[in-house]
Structure formats: C-alpha cells, structure tokens
Ligand binder design. Structure first.
Ligand code: G6P
Ligand code: MG
Length: 218
C-alpha cells in the first residue's frame, strides 16, 4: 500500500506554470524572438538555468555565462513579482481536498519541487501545514530527471521508495520518480506523459480510494 505521496508543485498543486511562461516569454520578447506555449512544454520541471539554455536554443541565441546569469535573474525577478501577488485561489482544483484526505488517512505528504521559490508559493497559498517534508530547489543539487529531490523527500518522511507515489506534470519528473524506484501518476495528458503509470487531467480526479485502486493494479 501507498504510505507517502510526493507532489511536484508548479502545475500540479498550483497554477504557476502560466507565470513561468509569462516571464520566459517576456525575456524572449526582449531578446527579439518568438516563444510559444508549445516551446514552453520543454521547460516544465527543468531548473532555471537549464530552462534558459532551452529558451536561447529556441531563439538561436548564443551568450556568455555572465550574460546568461543576468538574464536568468531578470526572468526570476519578473516571476517573483507575479507570485508575490498569488493567493489560495491559484491552488489547482482538487488539490486541497486530496491533501486533506491523505492527511486524515495518515498518508505522508512531501513536496518535491525544483523551484527555489517554492516556499514563497506555499506560504502565499497557505499550503505549508499539509506537508510532512518540503524538498525544493534550495535543498537539491541535481535537477530532475535525477531522482534526488524525491529520494530526499522519502527519506525525510521515512517511507521506502516502493511505498511512495509521485504526482508530476513534467516528463522529467516522471522519469525522476521511476529512477527513484517509486510509483508515478501524471497530471496532464497521456500524450506527453508517456512514462507515467497512470495519467489524470487534474487532482480533482483523485481520491485515496482511487489511488489505492490504481496502485494495486500493477
Ligand atoms: C519547476 C518549474 C520550472 C522551473 C523550476 C525552477 O520545476 O516547473 O518551470 O524552471 O521549477 O524554478 P525557479 O522558481 O527556481 O526558477
Ligand atoms: Mg511541474
């Protein structure tokens, strides 16, 4: 049986993927090239600097390291500005009910996010009290698809990987779960999340009963 649920943050619990996109698009605009929502899919779950590299490759732009660091900081300042105005209304549908049910059933809850801004978001959305462990971009050195973020989360809640399930909207995150030896549920479309064991369009489709059902089918 599942003893711990590990959640990605952006695009799983909160609707922040749109702010990442807006900030990256603003940067691409400044640099003078087109950056579409389709291009943005490749940035999901990817660290800030790696995201910038992908963005620059879309625009066919080459820059030195110092300029790249400055641009990443610029993007982050815009992003921080967007999320500083966030509140609980930007929690994605079904998240709160599912977290509440997990808590009541004694299933551990951990965050596994690449973001260095995770605490700001959790605080603004009043989500902190749900978590038994919070692992974010300030605590990891290897980005997804490296399993580090989920391995640390499982350790902190003291649950073996085989009893953990990861909820992710990014392919890199599903891969990280698999590499951690954990079960996985994709949030989004089965067309992009091809490696996930099961895919739902949002956590609104999830309940503890359904989770145990899905997980016992393998
Ligand atoms: C998450 C998001 C990515 C973002 C990364 C780093 O994984 O899905 O789009 O680039 O976190 O976020 P940060 O807030 O540290 O720039
Ligand atoms: Mg995500």
């Amino acid at each position: 049986p599942i003893q711990a649920c590990l959640f990605d943050l952006d695009g799983v619990l909160v609707d922040t993927a749109k702010y990442h996109f807006l900030a990256w698009k603003r940067l691409a605009d400044e640099l003078g090239f087109e950056f579409t929502e389709n291009d943005n899919e490749r940035l999901k779950g990817v660290s800030r600097m790696a995201s910038l590299d992908i963005l620059l490759s879309v625009g066919n732009v080459q820059l030195d390291e110092e300029t790249k660091i400055a641009l990443a900081e610029k993007k982050n300042n815009w992003y921080v500005d967007y999320i500083s105005k966030m509140d609980a209304s930007e929690i994605l549908p079904g998240s709160l009910a599912f977290l509440q049910e997990l808590k009541e059933r004694g299933i551990k809850i951990a965050l596994g996010s690449a973001s260095k801004n995770a605490m700001t978001i959790l605080n603004n959305a009043n989500l902190v009290p749900y978590f038994d462990a919070i692992i974010d971009g300030t605590k990891t050195s290897n980005a997804k698809p490296d399993p580090e973020v989920f391995v640390l989360g499982a350790q902190e809640v003291q649950v073996d990987p085989e009893h953990c399930v990861v909820f992710e909207d990014a392919e890199a995150g599903i891969e990280a779960a698999i590499r951690a030896g954990m079960r996985s549920i994709g949030i989004g479309s089965a067309d992009t999340l091809t490696q996930a064991e099961y895919v739902v369009s949002s956590l609104a489709e999830m309940s503890v009963e359904k989770l145990q059902q899905i997980m016992s089918n393998k």
